[in-house]
Design a protein around this ligand. Structure first.
Ligand SMILES: [Zn+2]
Length: 136
């Protein structure tokens, strides 16, 4: 899934740096700012991009966090939301994505006008006074 995978050397270095304790910390992982998870990584370690590669993060040791499965699940949810948000902002700026409301409000009056014009053409002229004149 990731386009910028960490090399084995970087994974090894990140694990050594972590002291085999989860490196996740801060609000993105559901902790208070500066608070670190620190749980034992022997049960399973995930090498996470601190900045997701979709958001411009690279595969450097600085961008690598050795974290536990629980923290990875928590952060992945937040990353997806942020990636979707940045996708929307980019598409809006480039015109790929237009606000849904705008399309609706621009399309509705147009089609209403068109059907009104059709009705005018099919309506017969109203002979309001003619019958009265003929009886005279
Ligand atoms: Zn953790």
């Amino acid at each position: 899934m990731s386009r910028t995978e960490f090399t084995r050397a970087i994974r090894r270095a990140a694990l050594a740096r972590s002291g085999h304790r989860c490196e996740a910390s801060g609000k993105r992982y559901g902790f208070e700012e500066g608070q670190r998870c620190n749980c034992d990584l022997s049960l399973g370690v995930i090498f996470d991009h601190d900045v997701p590669d979709q958001l411009g993060g690279d595969a450097s040791l600085e961008n690598c966090r050795a974290i536990c499965v629980t923290c990875n699940k928590f952060k992945t949810r937040g990353d997806i939301q942020q990636i979707r948000k940045s996708d929307r902002q980019r598409d809006k700026a480039s015109g790929v994505l237009r606000p849904v409301g705008k399309i609706r409000s621009a399309g509705f009056p147009k089609s209403e006008k068109a059907s009104r014009r059709q009705n005018k053409q099919t309506l017969p002229p109203k002979p309001l006074f003619k019958p009265a004149e003929e009886t005279r």
